[in-house]
Write a protein that binds this ligand. Structure first.
Ligand SMILES: NC(=O)C1=CN([C@@H]2O[C@H](COP(=O)(O)OP(=O)(O)OC[C@H]3O[C@@H](n4cnc5c(N)ncnc54)[C@H](OP(=O)(O)O)[C@@H]3O)[C@@H](O)[C@H]2O)C=CC1
Ligand SMILES: O=C(O)[C@H](O)COP(=O)(O)O
Length: 496
């Protein structure tokens, strides 16, 4: 159970502690932040509201700890990460319980998130050992005018202190996808978890604590992003920010100093369906892509662009499947569970009302109870409706009927987002051309958008982000190249 057994140190009274200098601490602010259970809409947990002074201290210890960590052999860093991964998986049940209570993630998906996170940490340790163990050797005579008098040796060195800020929808997985690459590469890490999801994240951090990482190397400060966020992201002690979330990321990228940024932001992933597509496959992927975790995934299918000639048939198939989705509590492992907050539910409702006023066809009746919104397919959506462009982050999916592939590509590219997209057709040549024309970081052919497997590159164009995630890219992003040049007094050529 959360906050008990091996996790007892994390909780005092009814407030979870924050993690600094290898210890669980109470904030001197004496204030806490409430985490509202999206299902009951009552306070489920409380976390510390950390102060700026506490952030300063955390940054200082992170800097000191990083210096010795960088001198720790790579294989030892990997060994500790493997240990943390095993502990994380061993304690998947209490962590998953927090995910269910804090963010209403269906019970089975909550377990999957923790297991996937353990696998990600282990994979990162292995990948790090491989790629960080290699450097480059260059000789000077390949550039015009030079003899072979210079040998250049390059290696990858850590950046320093990495600030990790994940979003509510994967508070564990999108935290470890930043923590593991940072640590294997020799950096220290400061985590600011999302408020909804903070307790899951604190339990995950405790697994790293139990694995025995040095004091100060990992810290976790809690508090509302709106209150301590700017102080953290503009802190001079931060050498890199890895952020996943919404428009907040755009604001951070304007405020942050001259440091590397990894930003994974929102998306409006389009699903383009051609006339020759296997409509059963498309319908199954629209359900999985559009409605899993109630549409609260950046990679959710967020607009279907279907050729008019097959639109009736597709909408019918999707409608039949929507009718079979179970709606209710995450504890009961329902397909559709309450969205994260009341304000999120209100925002979704605003998009639905706008579509209604402008004449969209409702394939189901709109139904809401508190934060629970029943799955809704909106047909005949037109570009003048907000839902055609905005990200509901909820179980509402618009269908736009198109008369040409070009029209579909045009809609996809007119979006300010460019995360992923997908195209369904049996003609692989056409699929390749469409993929090349779509201005998105990834295009899936004959499957719904998805980030995983977690070692695949994952990136967004335009307002969807800066840089690329995925295990290998994250490790590389959290390092910089260091060169050492050996200068010889006379040219020397390798003879045989
Ligand atoms: N591309 C991707 O990989 C993903 C993108 N997303 C996008 O994220 C959004 C939903 O997630 P959500 O968590 O609501 O996103 P937010 O952008 O609201 O929050 C993300 C994180 O930023 C923190 N934060 C808030 N304000 C600040 C600030 N001023 N400075 C620093 N940090 C701050 C939040 O903390 P707090 O909770 O305390 O406010 C949270 O930890 C959607 O738009 C979705 O598309 C989500 C997942 C993946
Ligand atoms: O946070 C998100 O929504 C993701 O990064 C998407 O991950 P997924 O495709 O594995 O759900």
């Amino acid at each position: 159970m959360a906050g008990t057994g091996v996790f007892a140190d994390v909780l005092e009274g009814d407030v979870y502690k924050y993690y600094a200098d290898g210890e669980w601490k109470k904030s001197s602010s004496g204030k806490s932040v409430a985490i509202i259970n999206p299902t009951t809409r009552k306070t489920q947990y409380k976390v510390q509201a950390c102060t700026q002074e506490e952030v300063n201290k955390v940054m200082e210890s992170a800097k000191t700890a990083q210096k010795s960590w960088a001198k720790t052999p790579l294989w030892k860093r990997a060994e500790l990460l493997h240990k943390a991964a095993a502990i994380l998986k061993e304690h998947k049940a209490p962590i998953a319980e927090c995910l269910v209570k804090e963010i209403a993630k269906p019970a089975k998906d909550a377990i999957t998130e923790v297991v996937r996170s353990g696998d990600l940490v282990s994979y990162t340790a292995e990948e790090g050992v491989r790629i960080l163990g290699e450097g480059k050797f260059l000789v000077s005579d390949s550039f015009p005018g030079n003899d072979r008098t210079k040998y250049c040796l390059t290696s990858k060195v850590p950046l320093g202190v990495i600030l990790a800020i994940p979003p509510f929808n994967y508070p564990v997985n999108l935290a470890v996808s930043k923590i593991a690459p940072a640590l294997i590469a020799g950096n220290s890490l400061v985590l600011k978890p999302p408020t909804q999801g903070a307790v899951s994240a604190l339990h995950m951090v405790h697994c790293f604590h139990l694995a025995g990482f040095p004091k100060g190397l990992i810290s976790c400060v809690t508090g509302k992003g709106s209150e301590i966020g700017d102080f953290l992201t503009m802190h001079p002690g931060v050498n890199c920010i890895s952020f996943t979330g919404g428009d907040t990321g755009i604001a951070i990228s304007k405020k942050a100093g001259m440091i590397p940024l990894q930003m994974e932001l929102g998306g409006k992933d389009a699903c383009i369906v051609l006339e020759d597509a296997d409509l059963d496959l498309v319908a199954a992927n629209i359900i999985k892509g559009g409605f899993s975790y109630s549409g609260q995934r950046c990679t959710a299918v967020k607009v279907v662009l279907v050729m008019e000639s097959v639109a009736d048939a597709l909408v019918k198939k999707v409608k039949e499947k929507v009718a079979k989705l179970t709606v209710g509590a995450p504890e009961d492992d329902c397909d559709i569970t309450p969205v994260v907050s009341e304000s999120s539910a209100n925002f979704i409702e605003g998009l639905v009302k706008d579509a209604k006023e402008k004449g969209a066809t409702f394939c189901q009746e709109y139904k809401r109870d508190g934060n629970l919104i029943w799955p809704l397919l909106l047909d005949n959506v037109r570009p003048d409706m907000r839902i055609a462009w905005e990200e509901p982050f909820g179980p509402v999916l618009p269908v736009i009927r198109i008369n040409s592939v070009e029209e579909g590509i045009h809609h996809c590219n007119a979006s300010n987002f460019g995360l992923q997209g997908c195209v369904f057709t049996k003609d692989v040549n056409k699929a390749m051309l469409i993929s090349d024309a779509m201005e998105t970081g990834t295009v899936q052919i004959n499957s719904a958008p998805a980030r995983g497997p977690d070692h695949f590159p994952f990136q967004g164009l335009k307002d969807s982000g800066i840089g690329s995630q995925g295990v290998t890219n994250s490790i590389n992003m959290m390092t910089k190249i260091k060169s050492t040049v050996i200068n010889l007094p006379t040219p020397s050529y390798t003879m045989g």
